[in-house]
Design a protein around this ligand. Structure first.
Ligand code: T1G
Length: 691
């Protein structure tokens, strides 16, 4: 049963019960229709309450049905009938009401919610738009401005915010359903509240505001269609009658449903969830973690401490240097204060989180922690010493994790006598903001230790991806390849602003040179120095980054890097000094610069990522192609509507990628050695999705 009904003293209680999120699959839609039939047939029913079983009211349409032939009844039809039934209907919103779930609530006459409930029309995040009246009813309920912002962003509103904008009528602290039944009894026999469809147009209708708002979302969408299409549907709520507005909404919905972007975003949605269920960890049981030790109170250590404390963990923070420890605590306190100021967390929550962070002055005090995360200087000798000390202090079963971004954790584990407890947890800076967490599987790590890190990652609100040990794991190993191609392109004839423009047009928030200026050119310089001893002489080496470093042009933090930054301006301007350095480097390497087309820029950047991604799959560093997609969408700004580098490759066809790799290999056969897996998949006429 995906839906239960019960009549209590004239009130029909409908409970959606379709785990895990009460999605409005065909069975649920048919069940609601059947309940509506009973209202028509049974005059003893005087009012209705709809609620959800478990912690969710309703997670919306069943995304697993997308792309399949539709099976009736359709959700718009169900909701239209619900809205016009002869009795009053109360939505008792016991948890998240997302997408069709919120549209269901909007079709009810009254909406009351649990304080922890959240509401959203997140369809644009799936590449579509609300398709069951949300773009027509919500503007009539809360006004076109609130509705346009909610619908084009897809963001959640808390119960408190929903109440303040009029989306719900009341917040009920205790026993929501009992309250709803009593409310419904009070409505029995009285004139029904007029449905939202009876309102001619949104009260705050304002075309000028909509026009200005449209410009903003077009630039923010960076090529994603759904936010712009959603606003087009919202406009109908003030331009045509409700019924016509529903027709328009449905047409736009159908158009988006057919788009590549919907496929990319749905892939990203399911990939993110599948990545956190690494098959190799099936059957493993995470150890209980309540107290986390963090070594190093620098930027990363403090960021990790903030993420852990804000998620409810108690934290012991250690640093060998008292000043660094004090500075770290200060950074943590300031971040919580800023979160309160930005209404990201309440003052109480910030105070409680801060209280969960305890500075310690001796490593021995880590003897009661369940997980220890090391975030100190990237030096192998230092890390080995630390883990040799930790293995004696940490209690049996404690998981010991290094936050290193590239060092060989197998080597660290081999220096200890408890390698089964030693793994990597690679956070991305700022660790309290960036969602991606790479959990690194060392050769001897126990599955329970890895499962523990994945579970902690989930509780931190991270997107955790399992990766194997290699230089750069999944993300940085691929990132290095596309950075190299970006610099090759610039030496061959493009300019930094050309490469960045093309990659922004593809959907990245920033191009590779803007990213380098933001992160700091010193990071790349130190990585190149680290690789000097082992670099293959056949590898093409570009000196431009070194020349900029030597001129102390480290990026935004020094006012100049690949671009020049005027005082207080964050968008860099092309700098003739950089162009001169580029021209000199090309001359030095006997390169005759040439016009590089946008297509060549895009393909060399993307195909270098895809080819390295194939190598990573072949080396077993990533479990599946979807893990690589998840890493790049959540850690490197790859546009989610493209689905990630490997999904994008499948969409354009692996034979297209392989042809490109072979074409580029004519001028650089070292950089463009085709991955054996890529060659095999093309021969077998398969895609990465088969991996
Ligand atoms: N349909 C099908 N499966 C869903 C689903 C959905 N709507 N939402 C979640 N799941 C699966 C998910 O894949 C996972 O499966 C499990 O449920 C737990 O999810 C007409 C057309 C609701 C806030 O965009 O945001 O309505 O991995 O790990 O952290 O206009 O799920 O266990 O096999 O995320 O507690 C709009 C998407 C649909 C909501 C719960 N709705 N879901 O978070 O659990 S389009 C959404 C979420 C629509 C209408 C349009 C979250 C959640 P598995 P989870 P969670």
């Amino acid at each position: 049963m995906v839906l239960h009904t019960k009549i209590d003293d004239g009130v029909l209680l409908i409970t959606l019960d379709n785990p895990p999120v009460n999605a409005l699959g065909q069975g649920v839609r048919a069940g609601i229709m059947k309940a509506l039939d009973s209202i028509d047939q049974d005059s003893s029913i005087l009012a209705v309450v709809i609620t959800g079983a478990g912690k969710t009211f309703c997670g919306g349409a069943d995304i697993k049905e997308f792309g399949k032939p539709p099976v009736g009844p359709s959700l718009p039809d169900v909701l239209l009938r619900l809205e016009n039934t002869r009795v009053s209907v109360v939505a008792a919103i016991n948890g998240v009401a997302m997408g069709g779930g919120l549209e269901l609530a909007l079709s009810c006459a009254h909406r009351i919610a649990d304080p922890r409930a959240a509401m959203a029309l997140p369809e644009v995040k799936l590449g579509i738009i609300p398709g069951a009246g949300g773009t027509q009813r919500l503007p009539r309920l809360v006004g076109v401005k609130h509705a346009a912002e909610m619908i084009t962003s897809g963001r959640k509103a808390s119960a408190e915010e929903a109440l303040s904008m009029g989306m719900i009528d009341e917040i009920i602290e205790n026993d929501l359903v009992a309250y709803a039944i009593n409310l419904a009894k009070g409505l029995a026999g009285k004139d029904r509240h007029p449905p939202l469809s009876a309102i001619e147009k949104p009260a705050d209708w304002d075309v000028q505001w909509l026009d200005a708002f449209e410009k903003k979302i077009i630039s923010k969408a960076r090529g994603q269609l759904s936010p712009v299409k959603a606003l087009e549907a919202v406009r109908a709520s003030g331009e045509v009658a409700f019924a016509e507005g529903l027709v328009r909404e449905r047409e736009i919905f159908a158009e988006c449903m057919k788009s590549d972007q919907r496929e990319g975003l749905i892939h990203a949605f399911f990939a993110e969830r599948a990545a956190q269920k690494a098959p190799v960890l099936d059957g493993a049981s995470p150890r209980e973690v309540k107290l986390i030790g963090i070594l190093g109170a620098g930027t990363m250590g403090a960021g990790i401490a903030i993420a852990c404390a804000a998620s409810g963990y108690s934290v012991k923070l250690f640093d060998t240097n008292d000043d660094a420890l004090r500075a770290g605590l200060d950074r943590i306190g300031k971040t919580f204060d800023a979160n309160v100021a930005k209404k990201r967390m309440s003052a109480d929550a910030a105070r409680d989180a801060m209280a969960r962070v305890s500075p310690i002055s001796s490593l021995d005090e880590l003897n009661d922690t369940d997980l220890i995360i090391e975030a100190v200087i990237e030096r192998m000798d230092v890390k080995k010493e630390i883990f040799q000390a930790l293995e004696k202090i940490a209690k049996p079963g404690a998981v010991l994790a290094s936050n290193t971004s590239y060092l060989n954790i197998d080597e660290i584990a081999a220096a200890t006598s408890r390698p089964q407890d030693i793994i990597g947890m690679h956070f991305f800076s700022p660790a309290n903001i960036m969602r991606l967490l790479e959990v690194i599987q060392t050769k001897k790590a126990s599955m329970d230790a890895l499962a523990t890190a994945m579970a902690v990652g989930k509780k931190l609100g991270k997107v955790s991806v399992l990766a194997g040990v290699c230089d750069g794991f999944i993300g940085n190993r691929i990132f290095k390849k596309y950075r190299q191609q970006a610099e090759y392109l610039v030496e061959d004839g493009a300019l930094p602003q050309d490469v960045d423009r093309v990659m922004r047009a593809f959907g990245f928030a920033m191009g590779p040179f803007q990213v380098s200026d933001l992160a700091g050119l010193d990071i790349g310089w130190h990585n190149r120095r680290r690789e000097d001893a082992t670099r293959d002489p056949k590898e093409r080496y570009v000196t431009i980054g070194d020349s900029l470093y030597d001129l102390k042009r480290l990026g935004q933090k020094t006012g100049a890097g690949w671009y020049r930054y005027e005082e207080g301006v964050r968008i860099g301007a092309p700098d003739p000094v950089v162009e001169d350095i580029i021209l000199a480097a090309a001359k030095e390497n006997d390169i005759t610069r040439r016009k590089i087309t946008d297509d060549e820029i895009r393909d060399r950047i993307l195909f270098s990522m895809i080819n390295e991604g194939a190598n990573i799959l072949e080396d077993g560093i990533a479990q599946r192609a979807l893990d690589i997609d998840t890493v790049f969408i959540n850690g490197y700004g790859f546009p989610a509507y493209r689905g990630g580098p490997m999904f994008y490759a499948d969409q354009i066809g692996l034979e297209v990628v392989l042809d490109g790799v072979r074409r580029f290999a004519q001028t650089d056969d070292y950089a463009w050695r085709p991955s054996a897996l890529l060659v095999k998949l093309v021969e077998d006429k398969k895609g990465f999705s088969s991996q």
